[in-house]
Design a binder for this molecule. Structure first.
Ligand SMILES: [Zn+2]
Length: 68
């Protein structure tokens, strides 16, 4: 099994769509926070949470709303 240091392995604790940056903020149980675009999040939900690993490998996840 390949593990990734930047990939949170704990379950998701909180998900909300931010009215400020219009992105999906995800908080994991170990207090790791990630921000995904709506498109990324829809893909993750569509593929299941296991796809989270894949999506972090193929897309750079940015915490900076300016990038969008
Ligand atoms: Zn935000």
């Amino acid at each position: 099994m390949v593990t990734s240091s930047h990939l949170p392995r704990s379950p998701i604790r909180e998900v909300f769509t931010c009215p400020d940056c219009n992105k999906v903020h995800v908080t994991f149980w170990d207090d790791v926070k990630k921000i995904y675009s709506q498109q990324e999040w829809e893909y993750i939900v569509g593929q299941g949470v296991k796809a989270l690993k894949k999506i972090t490998e193929i897309m750079p996840i940015s915490d900076d709303p300016k990038v969008f």
